[in-house]
Ligand binder design. Structure first.
Ligand SMILES: CC(C)(COP(=O)(O)OP(=O)(O)OC[C@H]1O[C@@H](n2cnc3c(N)ncnc32)[C@H](O)[C@@H]1OP(=O)(O)O)[C@@H](O)C(=O)NCCC(=O)NCCS
Length: 162
């Protein structure tokens, strides 16, 4: 297994747009097309730094992961300021359960540790309360849940100290 992240390009985006989660997982992550649109507006309207990546097993696109910097969907997420956010993350339903997600998450944290937008104290992410697979994965990789910061019907934030 050789899992790595590659910056999306004109040439690689089509394969990533074809990747899908299962029907039951659709509430856990936006479609990749929506994520790329979000990246465009974060960049052009808000001047944010945003890094959309394909996740590859060798030459095969198996997933998508997008990192943002200095993004918060709530005022009280103090750790979000000047921090990195794993905004979107998915492995295509055909390739799940092979260890690709865990490896990709590690590669994402490696990327964040290179400080592409400057040194930060935290990397954070969020997930639906019902998303037990993602939650267990994040906690086992050292993220700490901050449920007290989560409003009703909101995703639960979790933070990794860099
Ligand atoms: C979360 C996700 C990215 C994990 O990707 P993956 O490639 O399947 O993950 P891995 O194979 O590396 O497995 C990671 C852990 O989850 C467990 N796992 C994976 N799929 C599972 C399933 N369907 N049921 C139970 N456990 C599962 C694995 O056993 C592994 O745990 P272990 O190391 O203790 O054995 C993937 O399930 C996914 O894309 N889900 C839909 C979108 C989503 O929820 N994204 C996250 C939004 S916050």
């Amino acid at each position: 297994m050789e899992i790595h992240l590659e910056k999306l390009t004109w040439d690689t985006v089509d394969a990533v747009l074809k990747l899908r989660v299962s029907k039951e997982q659709k509430g856990f992550v936006a479609p990749n097309s929506d994520s790329i649109i979000d990246a465009y507006f974060a960049l052009t309207e808000e001047g944010k730094n945003v890094f959309p990546f394909g996740i590859y097993n060798g030459k095969k696109a198996v997933g998508f992961l997008m990192i943002g910097y200095h993004c918060a969907w709530r005022e009280n997420l103090d750790f979000a300021k000047n921090s990195y956010y794993i905004w979107r993350f998915m492995i295509d339903k055909r390739y799940q359960g092979n260890g690709y997600g865990r490896e990709a998450l590690r590669r994402a944290v490696d990327f964040v540790r290179t400080a592409p937008c400057g040194k930060a104290e935290y990397c954070w992410l969020s997930y639906e309360p019902e998303n037990t697979v993602a939650r267990a994965l994040y906690l086992s990789e050292g993220f700490e849940e901050r449920p007290e910061l989560c409003g009703e019907d909101e995703e639960i934030p979790a933070v990794l100290k860099l």
